[in-house]
Ligand binder design. Structure first.
Ligand code: SF4
Ligand code: SF4
Ligand code: FES
Length: 473
């Protein structure tokens, strides 16, 4: 491999790699704004300029490929002076907004100002001001904070494949806008906020909800479709505030779709049943776990049962169901379910040209590996259904047959259901899933289950324990 020298350190590189990436690999960070590894390179912010031996002027590290024997310096007085000048320039129009800005705590402008800027500023001019504007359902725009790095423009063209963001006017009056101020149309709008290095584009749903330094971050996998994008859950005291992408160059690169990003909203929803519940007349009454399990046992006695397992469950949960349930009730057959129109993995495929897949559950491929087939119709002998659901799968038409549900159910989708044993969502458990390419992915629990909800293994332990106690009595 060819080598160059950065701040006296030898660094190997692949031909064509730029200096920012080569330096990162040997632990040297060069600050940058307009550069993003997944976007086209425009070299317009000049924050990344470094000294290269035999080149009279500073060179932008984002647009300069490393070459054999190149000697690069990133901390000389010339480099630092440039960084101070760029920071002063970028802050000329920037408001002192950090105390009320959602980007605060994870903002490059704030961090670089502290690390590379001056505490003194020569300008006393009045700053440009704009009002905050909604640009669609996901993003709010605040042009007072924009540094015109154009990452958002390049994301729209190069990744979201939609021409919806433009820079209007020029010079001091330049402004980022959607075309004719129309709402954003992409299904990937949340990524605008992630890539914006300042608080100019922020996620409306997260605005003013929580300072980012209070959030605990847990790596997880999106359950929104069979791609299984990698993401982080950000929570505090059991409340999930947002999900953000986690880089995985093989699966989702740097991105999430909005459907996956905001899927977590049902976790803390008031509509979610989090207590064991038994239906009487047209409403559900809460009860304790022992009563709910005893009633479930009685319910299944003498009934041939079709068991439907959501393809939103983990491999561990599905194996447990296949092992435990036939020992407890009379099972006619097991099927999986999840997405209307996608009964089997052969029905799955890309839903767009970016990330989304047709299967709206994450573990369709894993559940098929365990031998279950998709639910098409039930046998006429079916006297009851037992439905397992992780929180995402669409419950099929159960033909009015009485049903017990174990898992995550909203109050609105339970007409047939007689008893609900509340389970855990994807952020409340550890587990393994297989994505559409057969990649095995594990995820960790981020929060404790709310109310009386329990893990499947705990529910089954309680079920077995109560059964044993009854036999002994
Ligand atoms: S809105 Fe953000 S991403 Fe777009 S140009 Fe301004 S600072 Fe850059
Ligand atoms: S593409 Fe699928 S897995 Fe990725 S974020 Fe969207 S819903 Fe989640
Ligand atoms: S990051 Fe290199 S010029 Fe902006």
């Amino acid at each position: 491999m060819p080598k160059c020298i950065i701040n006296g350190k030898e660094a190997e590189f692949k031909p064509g790699e730029n200096i920012i990436e080569v330096a990162k690999r040997v632990g040297i960070y060069i600050p940058y704004y307009c550069y993003h590894p997944a976007l086209s390179i425009v070299a317009q912010c000049r924050m990344c300029a470094v000294e290269i031996e035999k080149m009279p002027k500073l060179q932008t590290a984002c647009s300069t490929p490393a070459t054999e024997g190149m000697i690069i310096k990133t901390t000389t007085e010339r480099v630092k002076k440039n960084q101070r000048a760029i920071m002063e320039f970028l802050l000329l129009n920037h408001p002192l907004d950090c105390p009320i800005c959602d980007k605060s705590g994870e903002c490059d402008l704030q961090d670089f100002s502290f690390q590379y800027g001056d505490s003194f500023m020569r300008s006393s001019e009045e700053r440009r001001t704009y009002v905050d504007l909604d640009i669609g359902g996901v993003i709010k725009k605040n042009m007072n904070r924009c540094i015109h790095c154009t990452r958002c423009l390049r994301f729209a063209e190069g990744v979201a494949e939609i021409h919806e963001m433009v820079a209007v006017k020029r010079g001091n009056n330049i402004e980022i806008s959607t075309i004719d101020d129309r709402p954003l149309e992409t299904d990937y709008a949340g990524n605008y906020a992630d890539i914006c290095p300042t608080g100019s584009l922020s996620i409306k749903d997260f605005r003013f909800k929580k300072r980012v330094w209070y959030l605990k971050k847990t790596p997880t996998v999106c359950e929104g479709c069979s791609r299984g994008c990698n993401m982080e859950v950000h929570e505090e005291r059991g409340t999930v505030y947002r999900c953000v992408p986690r880089v995985n160059l093989e699966i989702n690169k740097y991105w999430l779709c909005d459907e996956g990003r905001f899927n977590f909203k049902y976790v803390n929803s008031e509509n979610r049943l989090t207590e064991p519940s038994i239906k009487s007349a047209q409403k559900f009454d809460f009860c304790d776990w022992s009563t709910a399990i005893e009633k479930s046992r009685e319910f299944f006695q003498g009934k041939k049962t079709t068991v439907l397992v959501g393809s939103d469950l983990t491999q561990e949960e599905i194996k447990l169901i296949l092992d435990f349930i036939p020992k407890q009730i009379s099972v006619l057959s097991f099927f999986h379910y999840g997405t209307p129109g996608v009964l089997f993995s052969k029905d799955d495929g890309p839903a767009d040209r970016i990330l989304k897949m047709k299967s709206k559950t994450s573990n369709l491929y894993g559940i098929e590996k365990l031998g279950l087939t998709g639910f098409e119709k039930y046998s006429p002998q079916t006297g009851a259904f037992l439905v397992f659901r992780g929180g995402r799968a669409s419950v099929p038409d159960l033909g009015g047959i009485p049903t017990v549900g174990i898992g995550v159910f909203q109050k609105t989708i339970i007409e047939n259901f007689k008893i609900i044993l509340p389970g855990t969502t994807f952020v409340e458990k550890d587990g393994t899933i297989f994505n559409f390419e057969g990649v095995e992915q594990k995820f960790k629990r981020a929060i404790l289950p709310p109310g009386q909800s329990k893990n499947l293994s705990e529910i089954f332990m309680l079920w077995a324990h109560l059964g044993a106690a009854r036999r002994a009595a």
